[in-house]
Design a protein around this ligand. Structure first.
Ligand code: GLU
Length: 510
């Protein structure tokens, strides 16, 4: 059957969207675009206990930052709405009733204490065909008592009646056919009267059906729920329009040992959230890719390759390229190691491919943060500076460390270089260097360099010591791009001023 492709990203607003959730959203988006389909954002807020204020806005902001576009959703609207589950209570109630009327679900009154006692008396307790007839539910209690309890407002749940001994087939487009026996499933709770809300399982199936979802693309952690979902589609009589399942491989810790967790990020120093998150309860701040200086294109590219490959060794791909190349056949079943160093490499590479003027524009806010007014400098000057050092940076923020001496003259001089290069004869050589520089009219790198080098050679001076001492006075330390590229940008006057200051202020180390 060929239905138009409709996929959904269905996060629960229980906190900041984890990077694994972002990968799920991205794969849904890529798949939708590739098939000219529709991408739905559905907010699954049926767990009122775990609701976190701000989480929904966070999800929207993160997806927008990454360029993951939504066609139908709470903000976008659409004809299958509402797209927030807490606003769909009537729909769920009606569907629960449908299952109850058909004898495919039943009402249970067991209190938490009673369930606890049952678990204590038999360690493998599971609410299923083997135990349900000894529990307090509408299968074991007289109908009038059930009615009376409901009328009195006694809290109850609705459970799905699972027939044991049946092989349930889940067809996963990455994993192939997965068969499990229904006997291992329990009679899952579908609805709770206490908050008049369905559980994830019911809401998810009903909505996927009503929203005409064709492919359920989600994390591997949901694979164990899939057989139950198949049985639910069946119970509703929706087998023919059941979506295809796609369970994406787990994201693993960088060393491959176990599932990636928030703590790994803290431990190893990389963000596990797309945007910085300020926890409204604890006040804790978790770092985000955006605030850490990642480009959204680099994050998208990095995440796309965690669980999929293009079939060759192409690594750098734009969103459009990902959309044209993506295929489920090249998705892996095995977990994908979260190689965050590779994430840095992607960012580095995207920065190298960015044109210098654009990068200079992105550098301006960083300069402001450091108290430098970028408007005092020409775009040409900033662009040149950026071009000199960009090979050394992974993040836009790194530009400051690499170039701060262009904006702020050195006040201190790196001790180890002073010790090594500032020999007693050096102030004298620097005085001579000033004279040489004063004589140069064309201060460009290409013109000034041979004059200075010629002077060093003619006087038999030590090339390394003199050049490094020169650099020490101008930069404050002995690293950075080609010396004469630096002096060209600083200009003759400023260069000479800094050498003078160095002669006055550098104290030789014994
Ligand atoms: N609300 C679930 C989640 O938070 C959705 C799982 C699914 O896609 O079925 O991941």
């Amino acid at each position: 059957m060929n239905r138009p492709v409709r996929v959904r990203f269905a996060p629960s607003p229980t906190g900041p969207l984890h990077i694994g959730g972002v990968r799920t959203a991205l794969y849904n988006y890529i798949f939708a675009r590739q098939h000219n389909g529709t991408m739905i954002l559905r907010i699954e807020d049926t767990d009122s206990q775990r609701f976190v204020p701000g989480a929904e806005d966070y999800i929207n902001e993160a997806l927008a930052w990454l360029g993951i576009g939504i066609d139908e959703g709470v903000r976008e609207g659409g004809k299958y709405g509402p797209y927030k589950q807490s606003e769909r209570r009537d729909i769920y109630r009606e569907h629960v009733k449908q299952l109850l009327d058909a004898g495919k679900a039943y009402i249970a009154f067991d209190t938490p204490a009673e369930l606890e006692a049952a678990r204590n008396s038999s360690p493998n307790f599971q609410y299923d065909a083997s135990t349900r007839m000894s529990m307090r539910n509408s299968l074991t209690m007289p109908a009038d008592e059930v009615k009376r309890l409901i009328d009195e407002g006694t809290p109850y749940v609705v459970r799905f009646l699972i027939e044991p001994g049946r092989d349930v087939e889940v067809n996963d487009l990455i994993r192939g056919k997965v068969v499990i026996n229904s006997s291992i499933l329990d009679d899952k709770v579908l609805y709770k009267s206490a908050d008049d809300l369905p559980t994830y399982h019911l809401a998810n199936i009903v909505d996927d059906h009503l929203m005409e979802v064709t492919h359920v693309i989600r994390g591997e952690e949901w694979l164990p729920s899939a057989p139950l979902h198949v049985l639910l589609y069946e119970a509703f009589g929706w087998r023919d329009t059941m979506p295809d399942f796609v369970h994406l491989p787990l994201l693993l810790k960088p060393d491959g040992k176990g599932k990636l967790s928030k703590r790994d990020g803290d431990r190893l120093g990389f963000p596990v959230f797309p945007l910085e998150w300020h926890d409204p309860k604890s006040g804790d701040i978790s770092s985000g890719y955006r605030e850490s200086g990642y480009l959204p294109e680099a994050v998208v590219n990095f995440l796309a390759l965690l669980g999929w490959n293009p079939g060759d060794d192409t690594e750098i791909m734009s969103m459009d390229e990902l959309i044209s190349k993506f295929s489920l056949e090249h998705c892996s079943r095995a977990g994908a190691k979260f190689a965050f160093e590779k994430g840095k490499w992607f960012n580095h590479t995207y920065l190298q491919n960015m044109d210098d003027a654009t990068l200079a524009e992105k550098f301006k806010p960083v300069l402001r943060e450091h108290g430098v007014d970028p408007d005092k400098y020409s775009d040409e000057f900033l662009t040149k500076i950026v071009s000199l050092v960009k090979g050394r940076i992974n993040f836009v923020n790194d530009l400051w460390d690499q170039t701060s001496y262009f904006f702020v003259e050195p006040e201190e001089y790196e001790a180890k270089s002073v010790k090594k290069r500032w020999t007693p004869d050096m102030p004298g050589h620097m005085e001579d260097l000033i004279k040489v520089l004063e004589s140069i009219d064309d201060f460009s790198s290409a013109a000034a360099e041979p004059v200075v080098i010629g002077w060093i050679e003619k006087n038999n001076l030590h090339m390394g010591n003199v050049m490094n001492a020169f650099r020490l006075t101008v930069v404050g330390k002995c690293v950075g791009p080609h010396m004469f590229d630096i002096t060209e940008l600083l200009g003759k006057e400023e260069t000479i001023r800094r050498i003078r200051k160095g002669i006055e202020n550098i104290v030789p180390v014994e």
